[in-house]
Design a protein around this ligand. Structure first.
Ligand SMILES: [Fe+2]
Length: 130
């Protein structure tokens, strides 16, 4: 989030109202000027509902893995939408991180599943019959 915020901030730094209008971002300028306001590509404000946590390690790790893949795909779409090589480099760096994050969550999912299969305790610490 910090890297995307810094990228957007640099892209609009010094932009005038006319620049925002030309980019189709007039609403952003009117409501937030150069300030960053977290929305998706359609202007829907960021919400904590994007963070899914059900308290089950298998479910939550699977959700994390899906989130990493969605981020990777979004970066691919963003890369396709820009011809700015500096922006592309930043997005490629972030893309690589999502791939690694997906792999690490996958490794943790395997570890948790192995532990659950071999443990006499369920993940919450309760003793189970095995
Ligand atoms: Fe990630």
């Amino acid at each position: 989030m910090e890297m995307i915020a810094a990228l957007v901030f640099k892209l609009v730094d010094g932009a005038s109202c006319e620049d925002f209008k030309e980019a189709g971002w007039e609403g952003q300028f009117v409501q937030h000027n150069h300030g960053l306001f977290w929305t998706d590509a359609n202007g829907i404000p960021w919400s904590a509902k994007y963070i899914a946590c059900l308290g089950d390690p298998i479910t939550d790790l699977t959700e994390d893995m899906a989130a990493e893949q969605k981020a990777r795909t979004t970066y691919e779409h963003l890369i396709a939408c820009t011809d700015d090589e500096c922006v592309k480099d930043t997005l490629r760096f972030l893309w690589e991180r999502e791939v690694v994050h997906f792999q690490r969550f996958g490794e943790m999912l395997n570890t948790v599943q192995e532990w659950m299969a071999n443990s006499k305790h369920c993940w919450m610490g309760h003793r189970t019959e095995k």
